[in-house]
Structure formats: structure tokens, C-alpha cells
Design a binder for this molecule. Structure first.
Ligand SMILES: NC(=O)c1ccc[n+]([C@@H]2O[C@H](COP(=O)([O-])OP(=O)(O)OC[C@H]3O[C@@H](n4cnc5c(N)ncnc54)[C@H](OP(=O)(O)O)[C@@H]3O)[C@@H](O)[C@H]2O)c1
Length: 247
């Protein structure tokens, strides 16, 4: 076991896809997880999938509302659960559209959950009163689009690339007390965002990637590694998870 049940992690976006896989893996490895998302039914389903359901704590929250108050929200979570050992920020949405089709509201909606919410959740959890100090680890999911943009993804690419460099800058602030901050940037991973009825993406050519599309566990394994002490010398990085990139 990599973690103990006394070690609490926040996982946002835990009701689906990469967040769900991360929460399940952390619990499998012995940790306790505070799982955040809007859909309570999905979070309850997650409990039934856990290796140890008693280690999963559900918090229903729309992280795109009242973003200025997110640091106080983290404080209330710390008062409830104790100081956090880490956070995986996995919540997010995508937006596909040409420059002609975009408007300010759609742009703001995407930036709220893909950029401003991780920034202000980070502000909350990196407050030394809310984390364990040395050994604390924050991982945010960006995207390979944040490094290698494709057409029709201008807004998403903007938020994801900003997130990578913002987190890199923040990593240099908090290294003074031994906290680590990293990003992971997947390409095409099979989740409800990319496959199924609620999918927002066109069927992407799977042959573009050397190993086809990835599984959620390909990303959650990396996140859990970065959250663990095995990665104690790694901070300020962004790991692209794309099986080597488009061929
Ligand atoms: N899948 C991929 O190929 C891929 C590739 C690169 C990057 N990513 C990034 O990875 C992250 C996770 O993606 P995914 O594939 O796991 O997508 P997903 O299956 O659609 O999951 C998205 C998660 O975000 C949560 N969420 C969305 N809006 C929220 C809000 N306002 N407040 C709280 N939670 C919210 C959703 O929960 P509720 O709906 O219950 O609130 C859900 O748990 C995203 O940032 C995405 O951009 C994914």
C-alpha cells in the first residue's frame, strides 16, 4: 500500500472519467478521498465501486460557481477532514468550435472550470493551514492540446496551456515549504468526455496515436505516482500522456 487511510486527498471531477479512475486508484492504494463533483448519484455509484467504500467521502459542489470563495471552501473541507496530503484537480469540460462560433459566455464558462477553479482550489489547498506541508502534492489535469493545439480548440487550448504555466509558476512559490505541484496532459483517453452519448468530441482517428486511445488508468496511474512520495523530487513539470504523439 502506498498510502494510509489517515492520508486525505481531494479529487475533483470524481464522478466520471479520469477523476473517477484517480479516486478509485488512491483508495485501492490505501488513501482516503474526498470526492467532489455536481452529480451526487454518480458519486454514490463511485462508492459502490471502491475497494474500501469507507475511505470515500462525497462532497457535491459546482466548482464553477462563486470561484472567489473556493479557498474558503477548501478551508471548510480541512475543518471537516483534517489537513490534506494532496489534491488531484480532474474536473473539466471541453468546447469544440471555430473562432467564428465562439462567444464570450462560452469562453468564460470553460475558463471558469478549466482554469479559474483549479487556480482558486490551488490557492485554498496550498494555504499551509490546509495541507500537511512537506510532502504535499497537487496534480492538475491539463491536456496535450495545451502544448500541441489543433483547430477548433482555441478556447480549450487557451485554458489548458495557461494552466500548465500557472502551475509551474506556483510550484516555485510553494517549494519553500516542501510542497510539489505538477500537471499531466493526456491526448485521447476513453472517458465519457470522448466516447458515448454525452461525448462532445467527433470520433477522432485512433490511428493518429501509436497505441490508439488511452484508458483512464493510463492517466490515473501517473497522477497517483505524482501524488506519492515516489515522486518526491518532481515538481513544476507537465507530463504529456499520448503514447508518443500523433504519427
Ligand atoms: N478524456 C480525454 O481524452 C482527455 C484528454 C485531455 C485532457 N482531459 C481533461 O481531463 C479532465 C477530465 O476529463 P474526463 O475525460 O475525465 O471528462 P469527464 O468524464 O467528462 O469528467 C469530467 C468531470 O468534471 C466534473 N465537472 C465538470 N464541470 C464541473 C463543475 N462545474 N463543478 C464540478 N465538477 C465538474 C464532472 O462532474 P459532474 O458533471 O458530476 O459535475 C466530471 O466528474 C478534463 O479537464 C479534461 O479536459 C481529458
Amino acid at each position: 500500500m502506498e498510502f494510509t487511510k489517515e492520508q486525505f486527498f481531494i479529487v475533483t471531477g470524481a464522478s466520471s472519467g479520469l477523476g473517477e479512475a484517480t479516486a478509485l486508484e488512491l483508495i485501492k492504494q490505501g488513501a482516503s478521498v474526498v470526492a467532489i463533483a455536481r452529480r451526487e448519484d454518480k458519486l454514490k455509484e463511485l462508492k459502490s465501486k471502491c475497494a474500501n467504500p469507507d475511505n470515500l467521502y462525497i462532497e457535491v459542489k459546482d466548482l464553477s460557481q462563486d470561484i472567489d470563495s473556493l479557498p474558503d471552501y477548501v478551508k471548510t473541507l480541512r475543518e471537516k477532514y483534517g489537513k490534506f496530503r494532496g489534491m488531484a484537480y480532474c474536473a473539466g469540460i471541453n468546447f469544440i468550435g471555430s473562432i467564428r462560433s465562439i462567444n464570450y459566455q462560452d469562453t468564460l464558462d470553460l475558463f471558469n472550470i478549466d482554469y479559474f477553479a483549479p487556480l482558486f482550489m490551488a490557492k485554498g489547498i496550498l494555504d499551509r493551514r490546509n495541507n500537511i506541508g512537506k510532502g504535499f502534492s497537487l496534480v492538475c489535469i491539463s491536456s496535450s492540446d495545451g502544448i500541441n493545439p489543433v483547430k477548433g480548440q482555441s478556447i480549450y487550448t487557451g485554458a489548458k496551456s495557461a494552466l500548465i504555466l500557472t502551475m509551474k509558476s506556483i510550484s516555485k512559490e510553494v517549494s519553500s515549504y516542501g510542497a510539489r505541484v505538477n500537471c499531466v496532459s493526456p491526448s485521447m483517453i476513453k472517458t465519457p468526455m470522448t466516447v458515448g452519448e454525452n461525448c462532445v468530441l467527433e470520433d477522432d482517428n485512433k490511428e493518429k496515436y501509436p497505441f490508439g486511445w488511452g484508458e483512464a488508468q493510463d492517466v490515473s496511474n501517473m497522477i497517483c505516482y505524482l501524488l506519492s512520495d515516489k515522486a518526491k523530487y518532481i515538481s513544476g513539470q507537465n507530463y504529456i500522456i499520448d503514447s508518443g504523439g500523433e504519427v
